[in-house]
Each structure stands twice: as C-alpha cells, then as structure tokens.
Ligand binder design. Sequence first.
Ligand code: HEM
Ligand code: HEM
Length: 245
Amino acid sequence: MILSSLFALLFLFAVAVLVLGTAYKIKQYINVPAPLKIPTTPAPTTKSGVVWRLFREVVFFESLFKSTKWTWIFSWIFHMSMFVVLARHIRYFNEPVWSWVALIQPFGIYAGFTMIIGMLGLLARRIFVDRVKYISSPSDYIMLLLILSIGATGLLMKFVEHTDIVTFKAFIQGIITFNWQPLPTDPLLLVHLMLVIILMIIFPFSKLLHAPGIFFSPTRNQVDNPREQRHIAKWAEKFETSDGQ
Ligand code: HEM
Ligand code: HEM
C-alpha cells in the first residue's frame, strides 16, 4: 500500500506540474510581444484563413511536409499514432467508457506499433544524418528515448507480461475520487507509470512545449494584412499618436 500511495502522490504531483506549468508557459506566450508583422508568405489574408492554416499545420504538419519528406513521414506517423494511443488510454480514466473510446481500442494497439516505428525513424535521423546529428543535443535524444521506452513498456504489457487491468483501473479511479486503491505491482506497469510521470513533469520545461507553442508562432498565426491594418505591438500602443504616426 506504501507503493500505491507513493505512485498516487507522484501521479497527482506530475499532473499538477503538467497543468500548472503548461498554463504558466501559455500565459507567458500570450504576453510575449510580437512587434513585427512576419507571417511566412504566401499567407492567409483573413482570420479564418489563419485558423485553416493552423489546422493544416497541426493535423498534417504542412510546413514540415514542404521542407523534408522523410522527417515528415516519420514525425507525422509518430504524432498521429501517439494521439490515438492517448485516446485509447482514456478508458482508464472514464467510467462508463465513452462509446468512441471503446470503438478505437483495436486501432490504439496498432497505433502503439506505428508510434514506435515513427520514433525509430526519427531517432535514426538524429544518429545517421550528419547535419542533424551536428545540431542534436542530449535532450533531443532523451525525449525520443523516453517516449520510446513508454511505448515499449506499454506494448510489452499488452503482449508479453499482462498487468491486472481491472485492479489498475480501480487504482486510477481511486486517485480521481480520492479513495486510494492498491496498484498492481508488476515491474513493467511501474516502469511505464514512472516514465509517464517523468514525461509529465518535464513537459513544461522542455521542447515538448512545441505542442501549445505552435499556436503562438507569429510566422504561422498572423494575418497577412499589413497594408489594410497597421500592425502595432501591444506595448507600443501607448506611443501611438492620434494621426497614426
Ligand atoms: C499540437 C500538437 C503537436 C504538433 C503540431 C507537433 C508537431 C511537431 C513537429 C512539426 C515536430 C518537428 C518534426 C520532428 O522533429 O519530428 C515535432 C517534433 C517532436 N514532437 Fe511534436 N507536435 C505536437 C505535440 C507533441 C506532443 C504532445 C509530444 C509528446 C508528448 C510531442 C513530441 C515530439 C517529439 C519528441 C519531437 C522531436 C522528434 C525528434 O527529435 O526527432 N509532440 N512535433
Ligand atoms: C496517464 C498515464 C498513463 C497510464 C495510466 C498508462 C497505462 C497503461 C496501461 C495499463 C497499459 C496496458 C494496456 C493493456 O495491457 O491493455 C498501457 C499500454 C500502453 N501505453 Fe500507456 N499509460 C499512460 C500513458 C502513456 C503515454 C503518455 C504513452 C505514449 C506516449 C503510452 C503508451 C502506451 C502504449 C503504446 C501502450 C501499448 C498499447 C496499448 O495498450 O494501448 N502510455 N498504458
């Protein structure tokens, strides 16, 4: 029970760091001045055009596609698979399980494999492509290895050394309702959870912030209308004179 309590506490702590830390970073991003009009052209000339551009960026990784096809294919496969895997995990947290979550369960398992294939491709790129290797820092490798290990322990649990999912779900539900229940003690599950806890804690301090960050990227989120509307950064507004000079 000590182990279960320890994991429950660590889990709650990690969720708090993830949520508060990311919220804090988002607040910072909102307040950072974007003094210049710098959308990468050709850029949309309307607000709804920008929404559509960001949508394409997030769902299809459009600019990555335009710049490098190999990175794009591995990266896209990794991210999309990860989202399906995460969606599959919702079943541990919600009771009764939503029908769409039940529906995607089988796809979630395939996604576990494709996620790993994507990450192996990205790792190979950092190891074998000289000019990428040159600019790679330890954190670039560590992020990939961390998420790879999470995926590998997850799949091992699914296919090699099963964990007791019913007890596990009771543990998670216990955390949510503050009525703590025992956690199965198989090593794979403990390692999987520990790595996820580490991932949640480092998220707000790491390159993983690109997930919220994309929405604040001036080259992507600005409307290309410098002639129609004079661009003035928030902090510069007080220097504006009435004739706009
Ligand atoms: C809005 C959601 C997201 C978008 C649009 C997005 C997009 C991207 C893009 C364009 C790259 C650069 C290409 C590459 O190096 O692979 C990238 C890299 C990466 N992303 Fe995301 N991402 C998102 C969310 C996430 C999340 C939630 C995680 C993990 C928790 C994640 C993990 C990574 C990692 C580890 C890399 C580096 C891959 C490498 O080192 O080669 N991403 N992402
Ligand atoms: C809230 C945190 C998480 C919990 C409680 C959790 C728990 C679990 C459990 C219990 C399994 C075994 C499923 C089974 O045997 O049927 C599993 C599998 C798996 N997990 Fe996680 N996990 C978490 C986060 C993550 C994250 C962040 C990733 C990836 C980035 C991930 C990737 C996987 C994969 C690929 C599998 C194998 C395929 C599957 O069963 O969906 N997990 N996870």
